[in-house]
Design a protein around this ligand. Structure first.
Ligand SMILES: NC(=O)c1ccc[n+]([C@@H]2O[C@H](COP(=O)([O-])OP(=O)(O)OC[C@H]3O[C@@H](n4cnc5c(N)ncnc54)[C@H](O)[C@@H]3O)[C@@H](O)[C@H]2O)c1
Length: 497
């Protein structure tokens, strides 16, 4: 069997359930090509549902457009799915025998440099690697549901995976906005699920013993320590509980209660039919008013809100979002074209409408029009030589007047481009007409007419721009001299025809 080289941005997802679908959505929205293999007859619909939710939420975490969405396809076999993939994520049900079978098939067909990640919640990498042909590239990459929003991926390689492979894996996870947490020593259920298991056992006892209902347990979490944990975790939170005297004081003060007979951690209540029914009926009473799909959307919106609050403070999971933004941020190249095209306006920005730009009507909100046209103008100013030096020593172009016209509705995630046409320029004035178009069909969405005045740094008054700058402006003006003057130019507000 000959192996094709791994395509650097193709991911294969083996098992497209809750977790595989979430991985697929994250990779796709970060611009990767994704190929899924899942024999379930409803797999395509399930993945489509997850992807639908992800499209509503993941872009809302970023302040820069995500790359164009990658292409999604479904393969008829593991072989077809993995050939050419750089990252293969196994997300089949949690059964060791099944995972071994699937991993062996992946290994047989994957390109030699591909990384094989497993979503397993419980198995150690050494268990997955047992009898594998290439154990050195099989590692646990354990995510959290919803994979497309929560940044954490626990990365566990065990002894078989070398630093270079682990490093490459972490690099890829970071490139899709995740935080790879390298688990230094393999252990059943890694780090996070150990806690969840402990909390889960206590919760089962509290219900079994009629101390609390499912709803009361959830209140105890989400109204209190859940909020603390989301932003500081366990130890930083307790550090504060110790006050000025710090952590050592905290432990000395609260340590002894660990030996009180509070915990039943070592014991598990038997999951009798009666206990299962009790939990299920309490849970129906608590949450049955919403469908699972509704709850997923509520969860996603809440997570976006919480994560964005953390992002504003550059803290915890929010700091990971900031780092992801730095990857997404592109500085627009703003070189003066050698020949300015005289057949049409100058094409300027390529952009996409971020979820944060949308108002209560579901359309791009008013001030974002101003921002888009202002960013377009900034690009022109950089092109003609108004850099930081020029502003510090000579002057700047000030906006004197603008008139924006909304022509057609602009929706979320729409790809747009802007153009500009110089209507008139002299040594002190620039009269510009901007247009905003839909990238998909060039439809005109908005226009803006603006007048700028050149103001001197020292004088604070209108004055002539530097000759170099004027020469560049002139080249664009001359190229635009033959273009038709748009018929809305010079109109006052309300005059549409
Ligand atoms: N659900 C969670 O919250 C969660 C969180 C983190 C990790 N995990 C882990 O992720 C893995 C998948 O869990 P899930 O919750 O997505 O399960 P799931 O049941 O929702 O999805 C499993 C999918 O695998 C498919 N499948 C079964 N056999 C297959 C095969 N031979 N080849 C390809 N696909 C096959 C099934 O059709 C199904 O769509 C498990 O290892 C689990 O421990 C789950």
């Amino acid at each position: 069997m000959s192996h094709k080289g791994a395509h650097p941005s193709t991911a294969a997802i083996i098992g497209g359930g809750v977790i595989g679908g979430g991985w697929a959505a994250r990779f796709l929205l970060c611009g990767w090509r994704v190929v899924i293999f899942d024999p379930h007859p409803d797999a395509q619909q399930r993945v489509a549902d997850v992807l639908h939710n992800a499209r509503q939420s993941l872009p809302a975490l970023a302040d820069f457009p995500l790359p164009p969405e990658g292409e999604l396809s479904f393969a008829a076999s593991v072989e077809d799915a993995v050939s050419g993939a750089a990252w293969i994520q196994e997300s089949v049900p949690e059964e060791l025998g099944l995972k071994h079978k699937v991993i062996a098939e992946i290994e047989a067909h994957a390109s030699p440099d591909a990384i094989i990640g497993s979503s397993t919640s419980g198995f150690k990498p050494s268990e997955l690697q047992a009898n594998a042909a290439t154990p050195g590239r099989i590692l646990v990459a354990h995510p959290f549901n919803p994979v497309y929003l929560l940044p954490l991926a626990e990365v566990v390689g065990g002894d078989a995976v070398d630093d270079d492979t682990r490093g490459r894996a972490c690099e890829i996870l970071r490139s899709i906005g995740m935080l790879p947490l390298v688990v230094r020593k393999e252990i059943d259920a890694h780090i996070a699920d150990r806690f969840l298991e402990a909390v889960w056992r206590e919760a089962l006892w509290l219900i079994n013993d009629d101390v609390a209902t499912t709803a009361e347990i959830d209140e105890a979490i989400r109204m209190g320590f859940g909020l603390r944990w989301a932003q500081m975790g366990l130890f930083e939170t307790y550090r504060l509980a110790g006050g000025e005297e710090g952590m050592a004081h905290f432990i000395a003060q609260f340590g002894p209660c660990l030996s009180w007979p509070w915990t039943k951690l070592m014991d598990v209540p038997e999951l009798t039919e009666a206990l299962v029914d009790k939990i299920a009926s309490q849970s129906d009473a608590q949450s049955g008013a919403h469908s699972i799909r509704e709850l997923e959307r509520i969860r996603d919106r809440n997570l976006v809100g919480i994560l964005r609050a953390l992002k504003a403070r550059d803290w915890g999971a929010g700091a990971v979002l900031r780092e992801f933004d730095r990857q997404l941020e592109k500085t627009e190249p703003a070189d003066m074209p050698a020949d300015v095209d005289s057949s049409g306006p100058l094409r300027m920005l390529e952009l996409s409408v971020l979820p944060a730009w949308i108002d209560y009507n579901g359309h791009m909100t008013e001030f974002r029009y101003v921002q888009v046209f202002s960013d377009t103008c900034d690009k022109l100013l950089v092109m003609i030589g108004m850099d930081a030096d020029y502003v510090a020593t000579t002057g700047a172009w000030y906006t004197a007047e603008t008139h924006t016209m909304q022509v057609d509705e602009i929706g979320v995630n729409e790809r747009l481009y802007s153009t500009l046409q110089i209507l008139m320029s002299d040594t002190k004035r620039l009269h510009i007409f901007y247009r905003l178009h839909a990238a998909v069909d060039d439809r005109l969405l908005a226009t803006c007419e603006a007048m700028y005045l050149h103001v001197g740094k020292e004088s604070g008054r209108v004055c002539e721009a530097e000759p170099d700058m004027l020469e560049k402006v002139k080249r664009i003006s001359e190229a635009h001299a033959g273009l038709a003057i748009p018929d809305t130019v010079g109109r006052h507000v309300g005059q549409r025809h």
